[in-house]
Design a protein around this ligand. Structure first.
Ligand code: GDP
Ligand code: IMO
Ligand code: MG
Length: 448
């Protein structure tokens, strides 16, 4: 010890070790890019798969042995029997929804039989109540009546629950597991606030509280102090940790096409805040990009094709929402969006999905710039009115008119398909590591 009380340099601790790095999978467009499929692929070598934001507004499809599983709140990686799934503090949880989803998937495949033993839930995660979902519906109806346009939400209560979180009146998993009488009182205060705001709203408080009570014993073994749990995972023995982003960059509450967005940060910052993890632990950040663009719900969509092309992409791509069953709007790939998503997320590589859907097109357009009043604009516009009126500048590439679904290596793809992939990586400045040519695990070409 020196006179100042500081340790001598030789005994002072060095720079703390960073610990394990996590691999992050994020949507780079408006969602439904195929994140579930990419996570499933990577989960084959993972020990842990985490969700850090969003709720059961997400719908992630995984196809294994021709069986299709839909995940909404459960991390899709749970389908790998060696994986521990972690739902972080940034996620909002509708407990009946979680159990229904698990039961539905459990009936489909034996690897999910022990899901309850492999799921960990952060005690800081906020709870979505039935009335949040009802309020979501009422707010949508009011938007329609008052401004003639709603947001097209999934009505899963996402906006209302993140609002109560920000207003500091929300209830968390740790509250449910503590004193139930106190929990019930706080629940009723919140429910009455909503009733006062929306007098037509009927809330069955006693009914919902009774249902919630039945989950207490069931979830108790799954609940942990999320920060501590994550710290141990990062600093214990070497672990392969994956983060499954939900929703996508253009739906992000800060960076998306506001107000037509979801209510959480679906970009890389949400990983740290939603798991309680330092940024140094972020390793690879994979952006998932669909080979064309889709969007569910309302909002500007510059490269949308309200024509035969849009219809062809919709029907060939089976573009129907996993959560709401709505038809997805379709258009050309828009690289202005992808570059913008890359500026925020710092993608280390891309996974390009659904290339096979383009197999029948004689030529393919790709959006490369936006013009407003005849002038190319240098940024992705924040203002929706501007975005609604941008003129997309396209490059036209030749199609390949060949079925790619059986290709298993880059070399097996037709030359024009290879050129399409190279055009994307050169334009965005990020390598394309995987190329999807079908729904199954096997139909994902890995390039390096
Ligand atoms: P997520 O929300 O990003 O996980 O994506 P969704 O599951 O909502 O939507 C993607 C859809 O495309 C699912 O039906 C997948 O099975 C399917 N899919 C993913 N990759 C490919 C691909 O490369 N080719 C084809 N044809 N379908 C794919
Ligand atoms: P995955 O993870 C596509 C959209 C909704 C709506 C807007 C707000 O499957 O890619 P919300 O219910 O979140 O308040 O709705 O966001 N949206 C998604 N669209 N894929 C998703 O998730 C989405 N999650 C939210 O359609 O336009
Ligand atoms: Mg989806």
């Amino acid at each position: 010890m020196s006179e100042s009380g500081c340790q001598e340099p030789a005994t002072r601790p060095g720079i703390p070790s960073v610990g394990n790095r996590v691999t992050v999978v994020l949507g780079a467009q408006w969602g439904d890019e195929g994140k579930g499929k990419v996570v499933d692929l990577l989960a084959q070598d993972a020990d842990m798969v985490c969700r850090c934001q969003g709720g059961n507004n997400a719908g992630h499809t995984v196809v294994v042995d021709s069986v299709e599983y839909d995940f909404h709140l459960l991390p899709s990686g749970i389908i790998n029997p060696n994986v521990t799934a972690f739902i972080g503090n940034g996620v909002v949880i509708h407990l009946p929804g979680l159990f229904e989803e698990a039961a539905k998937n459990e009936r489909k495949g034996k690897s999910l039989k022990d899901w309850e033993k492999r799921l960990i839930i952060s005690d800081r995660a906020h709870i979505v109540f039935d009335f949040h979902q009802a309020v979501d519906g009422v707010q949508e109806q009011l938007r329609q009546e008052q401004v003639g346009k709603n947001l097209g939400t999934t009505k899963k209560g996402i906006g209302p629950v993140y609002s109560t979180k920000a207003a500091r009146s929300g209830l968390r998993i740790c509250d449910l597991l503590a004193d139930f009488t106190h929990f019930s009182e706080r629940y009723k205060v919140l429910a009455r606030q909503y009733q006062a705001m929306y007098p037509s709203l009927h809330i069955d408080m006693d009914g919902e509280l009774a249902r919630l009570k039945t989950y207490v014993e069931q979830i108790k073994p799954m609940v942990r102090d999320g920060v501590h749990y994550m710290y141990e995972a990062l600093h214990g023995p070497s672990k392969n940790i994956l983060v499954e982003g939900a929703n996508a960059a253009l739906l992000d509450i800060d960076f998306g096409t506001y107000p037509f967005v979801t209510s959480s940060n679906c970009t890389v910052g949400g990983v740290c805040t939603g798991l309680g993890m330092p940024p140094q632990n972020v390793g690879q950040v994979y952006g998932v990009v669909k080979a064309y663009t889709t969007r569910v719900g309302i909002g500007a969509f510059p490269s949308e094709q309200n024509n035969d092309i849009g219809e062809l992409l919709q029907s060939r791509g089976k573009e129907v929402g996993v959560t709401t069953g709505r038809k997805r709007r379709c258009g050309w790939l828009d690289l202005v969006l992808i570059k913008y998503a890359h500026m925020i997320n710092g993608f280390t590589a891309l996974a390009l999905t659904k290339l096979d859907i383009l197999d029948v097109l004689p030529e393919i357009k790709v959006g490369v710039a936006y013009k407003v009043d005849g002038q190319t604009i240098p940024h992705f516009p924040a203002n929706q009115e501007v975005l609604l009126h941008v003129e997309v500048q396209y490059e036209t590439l030749p199609g390949w008119n060949t079925n790619t679904t059986s290709a298993r290596s880059f070399d097996e793809l037709p030359e024009n398909a290879q050129k399409y992939v190279c055009f994307i990586e050169e334009h965005v400045g990020v390598p394309v590591k995987w190329i999807g040519v079908g729904k199954s695990r096997e139909s994902m070409i890995q390039r390096f």
